[in-house]
Design a protein around this ligand. Sequence first.
Ligand code: G16
Ligand code: MG
Length: 217
Amino acid sequence: IKKAFIFDLDGVIVDTAKYHYLAWKKIANQLGIEFTLEHNELLKGVSRVRSLDIILELGKVEASQENKNKWLVQKNEDYLSYLVDMNESEILPGVFPILQFLREKQQPIALGSASKNARPILDKTGLLSYFDAIVDGNDVTNAKPDPEVFLMAAKLLKVNPEHSIVFEDSVAGVQAANIAKMISVGIGEGSILHEAKYIFKDFTAIDTDFIEELIRT
Ligand code: G16
Ligand code: MG
């Protein structure tokens, strides 16, 4: 059977969370809002617009739409400045060999990300050509845990949801995969991602036997 392998971007393929954090921290501090790494967890897998709302809620700050738009632009410009020098060295450990193995096995690969900057990131890390389909924040209207992003990816790959495998580092993303009736593979802490069917601390913990098993069953 043909399977679809769908990857989240941030936290799975690259660690862009650290750059999102720096850019959001600047905005938060500007507004006198304390913003820690722990707060940053709340923003993982969440859209840009929703992220700003969460930060404003944390600080109990009310803002006009005009100001919000200004901060969203500032955040993205700052975030993009961190990506200028990005290259293949930022691909998270173990990811590249798995992509290569899937390629060898002629398995379709897709990206399912909330980010509107997904394409330039895949381009800079040299991974663009590994993806048969890319669904990102520019394509979807409903954010994870809504399954839209993953269902669209499976559809583009012409594979049924039940035959699709999703690699995710966020709780909302794991839930989205489960709601889509896909096989969810959590990348990160078992205590946080306990809703995932399988959990690995990172891609170095995933071997090709496991991937072959997923292809076979
Ligand atoms: C990523 C990050 C989120 C970020 C979102 C939108 O999602 O996890 O923190 O807010 O993209 O990013 P942008 O501002 O670039 O559109 P994912 O789904 O790849 O983990
Ligand atoms: Mg993620």
